[in-house]
Design a protein around this ligand. Structure first.
Ligand SMILES: NC(=O)c1ccc[n+]([C@@H]2O[C@H](COP(=O)([O-])OP(=O)(O)OC[C@H]3O[C@@H](n4cnc5c(N)ncnc54)[C@H](O)[C@@H]3O)[C@@H](O)[C@H]2O)c1
Length: 459
C-alpha cells in the first residue's frame, strides 16, 4: 500500500515520517517548494522532538520522499491523507477551508487509479460529505475515489509518540471496504491495543472539535477560578490538585496560568461556534465564547501585573522567558507568551526574549523585540522577568541562580511553576497568575502553600 500525505506541516510531516516508520512507502506533497526541498534533504523545518531522526532515517532509505507535483502523487498513491491547514478566517472566526478544498480538488483531478482520500485536518462538521461531492465532480471518469475522515489528536512536542501510539483512532467511513483499508494502515497500533472508533463522517469530525472544546473549557475553568483567588486569596494550585484528585474531574489541563494558544485550540473553538451558528444551534456553543474571553483576559492580567510591579512599563526593560505557545515546540501561532510580549512593547517596554526553540518563528512575527540565546542574556539588566512557557530549563531556575544573572528581584510566573514562597524567602517579589498580588508580599501564607502538592503533569 502506497501512502501520500498532502500538506507537510506539523501534522503532515509527522504523519508522513511515522507512516514510513511503520513500513509504508510514503510520498509527501506540499505547495511550498522550500519546505519540500528541506524535507527532501531530511531537514525538518520546525522543532519536534524525535522527528528529525525519523525523517532522516526514512529519507535516506528512500522509503519517504517529497514532491510538489499532484500528478506524481495522484498516479502513485493508494491512500491519500490530507493534512493541510485550516486557519481562522477573517470575520466570523470560522475555519478557512480554502486549503482543504484546493488540495482535494487538485488531488481528485490527478488521481489515475482507484484510491481512498482520508482527511486529517480539523474541519467543520459536514466537510467530509461536502468534499465527497467535490471529489465526485472533479475525479477522472472510470476511477473510483472514496473519501473518509480520520481526525488527528497529536500534541506538538509529543507528535511522534502520539502518531505511532495514539490514545485512540477515530475514523469516519461509509463502507466496510474503506474501514478495512484504514485498519491495514493502522495495523501496528491496533495490534498494540489502540482502540479504533469507526463511525460516520459527522461524528468523526465532531470528536475532534468536541475534544478541543473540552480541553479549552477545562483550562478556562481553572483560570476563571484564578480570577477569584486573585481577588480573595487562596491557592489556585492546591485548588486544582484537590479537585483534580476526583477521577471524574482529573488533574490534567487544570494548570492555571496565561492560558491556551497555538495553532489549534483558539481557532478550533471559534470555528466550532461559527459552524454552530451556520447550523442554527449557536446557543449550544455560546459557552465557548466565554471560555475564549476568560482565556484572553489572562493575557491582560499578566500585563496588568507587570504594570503594577514596575509602576510604568514605559522605558522598562523586561525579560520574557519562553515565547512558544507550549514547551518542546517552536510554534508561536496565537502564542499567549508572544501576545503578552507584544502588549508590553506596545506600552513602551523593551522586551528581551529567550526561548529554547521559538525565537526564530517569533522574530519573524514580532521583529520589534530583542531575541537572545540564553536566559542569562535575556535577564541581564532587566527590571522584571516574565516566565511564560514552561520549558524544563525554566522549571529548573532557582532564585539563587537567577539572582547571579540579573539585578532585578521581580518575576511574574505565568505558568505557576515556581515555588513562590521559596523565591520570596530569597528576596524576590513574585506575582503568579491565580495568586493575590500585593506590592509587599508579606501577607499571611496559607497552610496550603506549605503543604503544596505536586502540581500534576504538565499539559
Ligand atoms: N499542529 C498540530 O498539533 C495539529 C494537531 C491536530 C490537528 N491539526 C490540524 O491539522 C491541520 C494542519 O495543521 P498544521 O499545524 O500541520 O498546519 P501547518 O500550517 O503547519 O501545515 C500546513 C501545510 O499545508 C500546506 N498546504 C497549504 N495548502 C496546500 C495545498 N493546496 N496543497 C498542499 N499543501 C498545502 C502548507 O504549505 C503547510 O506546509 C489543521 O487543520 C490543524 O488544525 C494540527
Amino acid at each position: 500500500m502506497r501512502i501520500t500525505v498532502i500538506g507537510t506541516g506539523y501534522l503532515g510531516a509527522t504523519h508522513a515520517a511515522c507512516m514510513a516508520e511503520l513500513g509504508f512507502e510514503v510520498l509527501g506533497l506540499d505547495i511550498d517548494p522550500t519546505r519540500v526541498a528541506s524535507l527532501s534533504e531530511g531537514l525538518l523545518p520546525f522543532h519536534e522532538p524525535g522527528l528529525p531522526e525519523l525523517l532522516g532515517k526514512h529519507v535516506k532509505s528512500g522509503r519517504l520522499r517529497f514532491t510538489t507535483s499532484y500528478q506524481e502523487v495522484g498516479a502513485w498513491g493508494d491512500v491519500h491523507f490530507i493534512g493541510v491547514g485550516t486557519p481562522q478566517r477573517a470575520g466570523d472566526g470560522g475555519a478557512d477551508m480554502s486549503f482543504v478544498d484546493a488540495s482535494t480538488v487538485a488531488l481528485a483531478q490527478s488521481i489515475t487509479k482507484d484510491a481512498l482520500i482520508v482527511g486529517k485536518s480539523t474541519v467543520p462538521v459536514g466537510t467530509t460529505r461536502r468534499l465527497k461531492t467535490l471529489v465526485q465532480d472533479n475525479k477522472r471518469p472510470g476511477v473510483t475515489v472514496n473519501v473518509a475522515w480520520n481526525p488527528e489528536f497529536l500534541r506538538e512536542g509529543f507528535a511522534v509518540v502520539d502518531t505511532l501510539t495514539p490514545d485512540r483512532l477515530v475514523i469516519g467511513v461509509e463502507s466496510r471496504e474503506d474501514e478495512a483499508v484504514l485498519r491495514k494502515v493502522y495495523a501496528t497500533a491496533l495490534a498494540g491495543g489502540v482502540p479504533l472508533i469507526s463511525t460516520d463522517f459527522e461524528t468523526a469530525e465532531l470528536v475532534k472539535v468536541a475534544a478541543n472544546a473540552f480541553l479549552a473549557t477545562k483550562i478556562s475553568f481553572i483560570n476563571a477560578f484564578s480570577e477569584v483567588t486573585e481577588v480573595i486569596g487562596g491557592d489556585i494550585r492546591t485548588l486544582a490538585d484537590a479537585i483534580g484528585i476526583d477521577t471524574r474531574i482529573g488533574r490534567r489541563f487544570l494548570n492555571a496560568g496565561i492560558g491556551f494558544g497555538g495553532g489549534c485550540l483558539p481557532k478550533d473553538i471559534r470555528a466550532l461556534q461559527a459552524r454552530a451558528a451556520e447550523l442554527g444551534v449557536d446557543r449550544s456553543m455560546r459557552f465557548l465564547d466565554e471560555m475564549d474571553g476568560i482565556n484572553l483576559r489572562r493575557r491582560e492580567r499578566a500585563v496588568d501585573l507587570a504594570r503594577t510591579m514596575l509602576g510604568s512599563l514605559s522605558q522598562s526593560r523586561i525579560a520574557v522567558l519562553g515565547v512558544a505557545f507550549k514547551p518542546n515546540s517552536d510554534d508561536v501561532r496565537d502564542s499567549p507568551a508572544l501576545d503578552i510580549a507584544n502588549r508590553l512593547s506596545d506600552e513602551g517596554a523593551q522586551v528581551w526574549i529567550y526561548d529554547p526553540a521559538g525565537n526564530s518563528n517569533a522574530s519573524r512575527r514580532s521583529p520589534q523585540h530583542h531575541y537572545v540565546s540564553s536566559t542569562e542574556d535575556a535577564v541581564k539588566n532587566a527590571d522584571l522577568v516574565l516566565l511564560l512557557t514552561e520549558w524544563d530549563e525554566f522549571k529548573a531556575l532557582t532564585p539563587e541562580g537567577l539572582s547571579v544573572q540579573t539585578g532585578t528581584r521581580k518575576i511574574i510566573d505565568g505558568r505557576n511553576i515556581l515555588q513562590a514562597r521559596v523565591w520570596e524567602d530569597s528576596g524576590w517579589s513574585v506575582a503568579s497568575l491565580g495568586r493575590r498580588y500585593v506590592t509587599t508580599q508579606t501577607t499571611h501564607r496559607p497552610p496550603s502553600e506549605q503543604l503544596q502538592m505536586s502540581s500534576g503533569p504538565a499539559v
